[in-house]
Design a protein around this ligand. Structure first.
Ligand code: F6P
Length: 324
């Protein structure tokens, strides 16, 4: 192996740059040439490939987003698209590829790897933390801290005005951000896609809270919750309690941006290095992750299929601490 490529694909996440830096510097350390593929699989199909040197990745570890840019490529989902991508890999004499992203990225990586017997290693980079084979994905810790900081601020207004705030966080299919940030911010209720939402119970609690002197409260809802995220929940609350002063805040993409936390930088650095080392050791079609502080390689198919399952005990604890 002489030359490797690196790309970021899917939703960006804080710490992706730190992972790119680690792949480049580890590659150079192992005497490999490293090239960057811009705009994910789109750039692989359309030949947007350029060299990456040590200087390209200096002053980068602390920056959010991804210098390689990212995209969700519909073309790469077709066999023709992947064929073009493979032709470009051959044209540039790239021997192996590191893909940084989430489940969509790994679905494509696995197909590319299997169809052309091409070595690909995945690094988990998504704020959702929904991959099997790693305790944490790069960006999750930062996103959770962003949500907690935002809710701390919202609480000031909730307390001053005796309001109930329904705060929507990201996660179409995954409630990991909701659960962890909800506990960290002391939310009264946390609603996630992985567990059925007991709307009757929520309404009972709100009825009780409304009669109290301090009516302020926070409900954290993952966007993929069955009742349609924060707007859906707010509609039901307003129908039942028209006098309860309720507001909705949708945190949206601010959860994806900003400087990565120290935790995410260190995680990204370690996984970036291990991905390159894994390729040197002949690994392919696997994701590099960290479980109980040990480096683990999991087949890409498994990392996607067995989604990290939500901690039911933590959900229960959150319910108890939130006042039942
Ligand atoms: O997968 C990361 C994520 O931020 C999800 O939490 C969210 O549902 C989705 O991406 C949003 O995607 P987009 O930026 O394409 O709207």
């Amino acid at each position: 192996m002489k030359k490797i490529g690196v790309l970021t694909s899917g939703g960006d996440s804080p710490g992706m740059n730190a992972a790119i830096r680690a792949v480049v510097r580890a590659g150079l350390y192992f005497d490999l040439e490293v090239v960057g593929v811009y705009k994910g699989y789109h750039g692989l199909i359309h030949d947007q490939i350029g060299p990456l040197t040590s200087a390209h990745v200096s002053n980068l570890v602390q920056r959010g987003g991804t210098i390689l840019k990212s995209a969700r490529s519909a073309e790469f989902k077709t066999p023709e698209g992947r064929k073009k991508a493979h032709e470009n890999l051959k044209k540039h004499q790239i021997d192996a590829l590191v893909t940084i992203g989430g489940d969509g990225t790994f679905t494509g990586a696995d197909l590319l790897s299997k169809e052309f017997d091409f070595p690909v290693i995945g690094i988990p980079g998504t704020i959702d933390n929904d991959l099997y084979g790693t305790d944490y994905t790069i960006g999750y810790d930062t996103a959770v801290n962003t949500v907690v900081n935002a809710v701390d601020k919202i609480r000031d207004t909730a307390g001053s005005h005796d309001r109930l705030f329904i705060v929507e966080v990201m996660g179409r299919d995954a409630g990991f951000i909701a659960l962890r940030s909800g506990i960290g911010a002391g939310a009264e209720k946390i609603l996630v896609p992985e567990a059925p939402t007991n709307i009757e119970k929520i309404l009972q609690k709100l009825e009780k809270d409304m009669r109290q002197e301090d009516k302020a409260g926070i409900i954290i809802v993952a966007e993929g919750d069955e009742y349609g995220g924060a707007m859906g929940i707010s509609k039901i609350v307003k129908e039942h309690f028209p006098d309860y002063d309720t507001r909705v805040t949708i945190l949206g993409h601010l959860q994806r941006g900003g400087a990565p936390s120290a935790f995410d930088r260190v995680l990204a650095s370690g996984l970036g290095y291990q991905a390159v080392k894994g390729l040197m050791d002949g690994k392919k079609s696997v994701m590099v992750g960290s479980i109980n502080r040990k480096i683990v390689f999991t087949p890409l198919k498994k990392a996607i299929k067995y989604h990290s399952s939500i901690n039911k005990e933590l959900l229960k604890i959150a319910e108890i601490l939130g006042g039942g």
